[in-house]
Design a protein around this ligand. Sequence first.
Ligand code: FAD
Length: 542
Amino acid sequence: MIRVTDLRLPLHHPDEALPAAIRKRLRIEPRDLIRHTVARRAHDARDRTSIALVYSVDVAVRNEAAVLARFRRDRQVQLTPDTRYRPVATAPAGVARPVVIGAGPCGLFAGLILAQMGYRPIILDRGKVVRERTKDTWGLWRKSVLNPESNVQFGEGGAGTFSDGKLYSRIKDDRFLDRKVLTEFVRAGAPPEILTEAHPHIGTFRLVKMVENMRETIEALGGEYRFSTRVDGIDVVDDAGGGRRVRGLHLHDSGYLEADRVVLAIGHSARDTFAMLYEAGVHVEAKPFSIGVRIEHPQSWIDQARFGADAGNPILGAAEYHISHHCSNGRTVYSFCMCPGGTVVAATSEEGRVATNGMSQYSRNERNANSGFVVAIDPVRDFPGDPLAGLALQRHWEERAFVAGGSSYKAPAQRLGDFLAGRPSTTLGSVVPSYRPGVTPTDLAECLPDFAVAAMREALPVFGRQIRGYDHPDVVMTGVETRTSSPVRFTRGADFQSLNTAGLFPAGEGAGYAGGILSAAVDGIKVAEAVALSIGGSVVDA
Ligand code: FAD
């Protein structure tokens, strides 16, 4: 097959326009085009008065070699890449079972790949199975009752389970591991469109079922899950070469588990586990992250600003945005994890603290668009000192937000007009906040560092010039958004093992190697392969 990329057609094109465009591009007669399938479809709405659909298509033609030869210097006409996934090893008989800590996207894919190679992994998660976890999560959203071990961050499926389920990333991926992730997701019940949409998303309800289906697959392959099993300690011993290596794990309430290969896929909110690993001497460094608020606009404003007369067209769906601004105080403000047609969610995992995030359903048909509106911060400038100083900073502002919200898990919120004017909000305006269990109108400047407030005040009018209505005075901001990514990195070497603790494989978002569902899942695959290769087993030729 030949892959033809960057075929542009008007949004309202008839079906037959695509094969016609292929024939024209390849300069072939109708009889020479045998069939075509869409590999990817994106839209280009930079000019909202003439929105284009941009296709990559796989094409079967007569005389393929001759056609390819004619286009050999054309990067948009190439042989279709082979994106099939090939396991790197198969497990030898009687091998010790690797242990995966965390059943988020990273741990799930590490577990799945290990299981598919025959290593029968044991997957531990401090939280509960996804259905029970869903009840606990709703407990905070509906009744203001937080379960610190079972919530938006902790439990089967990890942090992305109650999310927008956006499935794209900017990682470099020469081996098409993202394709493996999307294919497994479809097998587990995701809509097949995620294989062709340029910006695929799943929405939260489907993710719950998919996570269950993937568990069944892993168990059928000999893997084992243990829920409500928090790892509280790591047993490290000196090895023969003068280094250290992991020997086992201390489990909360359930004893000791021998393990000489451990995937550490604990996400960015396991602050107690970060501290435990630091105290056990595992190499860890502080890393940059961001801090800010969630901002909500009516989705119709965003659709109108982005798509003009084509707002509401089902091919385009609910409009997204990604914007950034470099401020005069040297700070960068940007939109983060934008959720079209979704809701702002309570995302804390610790008592007495408030943190926000966003989610949506597959339909993305809630009234408001929400997005993180955040300022980048870094350890050298903003939280120097020990590697865990970023955690202390997050906790400080989350506590301030809890108090400003009324010490009841309501979140502090403010009208954008009041935020710009530097006065507390006493009521909110036409934009109704979606956060549950509710918001308290107040002054968000009390819950954020001064430099962040200054940067956000500078960026809002700039964004308002890019997206009409973005800086409307009634727009609602809800705080605080502190968990954009991990504040630490458990640095690993070329063999994917901790720099100073052999057998420990830091992975995913919490270890500082991913930011989002897809990149965490891809990292899980890479780490599973590294575990298998470190054990040995028969190595399969790729
Ligand atoms: P996690 O998903 O955080 O999983 C870590 C797991 O480890 C958890 O299940 C936890 O219970 C477990 N764990 C932690 N400590 C221990 C311990 N000591 N013992 C045993 N188990 C432990 N990303 C996107 O790409 N698209 C989105 O639309 C999106 N929306 C989001 C919405 C929300 C509300 C949130 C919170 C996040 C969202 N994200 C989104 C981010 C995404 O969820 C994360 O990037 C991703 O889940 C990271 O995967 P992970 O496997 O590395 O870690």
